[in-house]
Design a protein. Sequence first.
Length: 472
Amino acid sequence: MEKLSKVQNLVRFAATAAALSATPAFADTTLASGPVTVTLGGFLASETAYRSRSETADIGSSFSGVPFANQPTGHMSETRFTARQSRLTVMATGDVDSDTRLTFWNEMDFLGAAQTANSNESNSFNLRIRNMYTTVDWDSLGLQVLAGQNWSLATANTHGITPRNELIPTTIDAQYVVGFNWARQPQLRITKNWNKEIWAAVSIENPQTTFAANAAAAPGITVVNNHAGGSLLANVNNFSLNHIPDVIGKLAWEPHIGDAQPLHVEVYGIYRDFYDRTQVAAGNAIGFPVGNQNADRVGGGFGGTITYTAIPKVLDLQVTALTGSGIGRYGSGQLPDVTFRPDGTLAPIQETSWIVGGTFHATPLLDIYAYDGQEAEQRKTFTVGAATLGLGSPTLNLSGCLVESGSCPANVETENQINVGFWWRIYQGKFGSFRLGGQFSSIHLTAFGNAAGIKPTTDDNMFFTAIRYYPF
């Protein structure tokens, strides 16, 4: 018995020593609650942004807001440290039966800023919704319904037309890249696939309209095109007056080439409605009868994306383009959707945007990426007597754009940007992933010129760094 007791103590000691010497297992990211599985995700971010011209912006740049020479900030640089792009995700999935699956997705970060938010002492920034939606999948039908806030259907995909497979530029800059078309907004979407090779989808999405600066109707005509936020909307912001949602339809194709599907092709169309109210006074400049009325104007565009795995696990390539009228709000450069006609009705602005890019997987732990993009609008002007109204009027006095503290009513015509960066996974294992990133970005803005030959330009060179820890 004494020998048996010694053996048992020896076994206990050996088991304890083994437990103490073993590497502790990383916590499982999934939790089971009955038939529902909950998965946690996200990352912690410590990032920096340097800009050669101060935009007074956090980790998300204001591409159309790069200051011209008339602004004092156009002669100053800025450096900012931030942790606000840190992200939390929660996904819950459950199988109703062998054919039906329900999914809830919630993705949050801290890039919201209420009026109390500042960088003085408490840095009281807000948790905000990025994406929050639910999907219902019927596998035998190849059918999915999505409801909630998600990336717009106008956003390119990497695989099929499926949520959480969007083709998002891998930049550190939270505004991504000029030429990237996207929105994150409430929507109702229906998607159908055939053998996971062909997809078709249609989505109705929350509308908003952005307006060109310096836009005005003819004298004697008043336009009502937006209003300060009311109940549960920020009353310091103006919201456009829309009554018809944006409607987007998309087709995607991924042919089998050998044993893989390295090619992804998609095309889509956007329908948009622009809505305002005109109030016509007596003696107006265009001789219209006195009266008030609502007016609708239609816009929209067509776009597409091609992605190609040129060298498996080594080189991925992409090209995306969109052209149409009234599509500015969908571009990272945030050029305006509309200007005003002399009668006060809204005039959609013609725009074309594109982006080309590639990712080189130099090693299993090091990715190097590059993007080149442009957003460009066409001049949209109207003549009333001796005056020229609209976007890019050649009669504007732009001499102040060249003088610090001068008046500069210029409208941006084109935005061009190049980006080069890398992500290095210095650790990836059972404790998650620890990554270092760096990005260089150069943007160039050109304004519409005037009849005197003045064509203002500006640029901004930006450097970003990131340290991110993905525990899940």
